[in-house]
Design a protein around this ligand. Sequence first.
Ligand code: FAD
Length: 332
Amino acid sequence: MNIKHNIQLQPYNSFRTKAVAKLFCEPETEAELSEILQTYADEPKLILGGGYNLFFTKDFDGLVIKPAMRGIKKLSENDDSVEMEVGAAENWDDFVSYCVSHGYSGVENLSLIPGTVGAAPIQNIGAYGTEVKDVIVSVRAVEMASGESLEFSNAACEFEYRNSIFKRMRHYVITSVVFRLSKSFAYKEKYVDVGRELKDLSHPTLRQVRDAIIRIRTRKLPDATLLPNAGSFFKNPVLTKEEKERLLAKLPDAPVYNVGENDFKTSAAYLIEKAGYKGKRKGDVGIYEHHALIIVNHGTENGREIADFMREVQNTVFRQFGVMLEPEVWVF
Ligand SMILES: Cc1cc2nc3c(=O)[nH]c(=O)nc-3n(C[C@H](O)[C@H](O)[C@H](O)COP(=O)(O)OP(=O)(O)OC[C@H]3O[C@@H](n4cnc5c(N)ncnc54)[C@H](O)[C@@H]3O)c2cc1C
């Protein structure tokens, strides 16, 4: 059991904010993780993957657990599909690259999403018309309170848009994920930007789809190593019929579409842009000039400045349009 003390977390979050963790560990097996959980049962816990969807506003007076389970293991295979168990610490995009180079389809649209495999089920990562829930068979996890290993079927994960049982309850450390990928591939357009990028190809291959998505993302999103950020900062809000009508009375051109009988999704980026925040900077924090959903850090090491800016954007959008934006990013 290797426990470190007073570890600076700045290198472990893509916003590069400073905070010190009282205790820090990187368990490589479920048994080691379980032992740590039982030994440090009374400490507050924080689970860390690649740190691309969170930032710190203060020191953490507890135990940071960074799962270090590795490996890609083939569990079964037939003519149509393959099942693989992948360790939580594996890099997500390396796994996508592995699948594409072996001709396994299902995750290519999720190319270049930064982070670890273990974090992918937490918010059911998604992009370009695909969500990771569509290829997950099961998730292995250790319950923090008991140190017990558990397996969640896909249904038991209760996946929703950017949500799951793991995000709602925060009781479990994910140690591995089992995926089922298809061994055949026929491109179907799910997203207009990708279709445009592939327009000259009559039958795009898996590799060509991955490359197209990498090109689109590289053009659109800031590189977190050059301009620290955590990707889309807010979720797209889901509105009731009454909220939708109030919004359309103020912004008749707001994009709104049905996501349930009485639920309507609108675009957080559109609202932030209409509130005048696209490209706006306050001190060292601002909204990315090419994408209104991304908060970027121009140089602060103090996460409170980012949290203050987040609240300012939320309050302004709420005052102007009556919609409260909910962060997708975790603020610790
Ligand atoms: C430039 C950029 C682009 C992005 N684009 C997308 C996108 O297109 N789609 C999308 O969905 N997301 C996107 N994101 C967000 C991010 O990549 C994902 O949320 C990713 O899954 C984060 O992985 P991570 O390992 O860095 O998780 P972290 O940020 O370390 O953790 C995220 C949350 O999961 C918890 N957690 C992490 N690992 C575990 C584990 N093993 N067990 C239990 N809890 C855990 C943490 O406590 C935290 O609450 C983007 C981020 C950036 C910076």
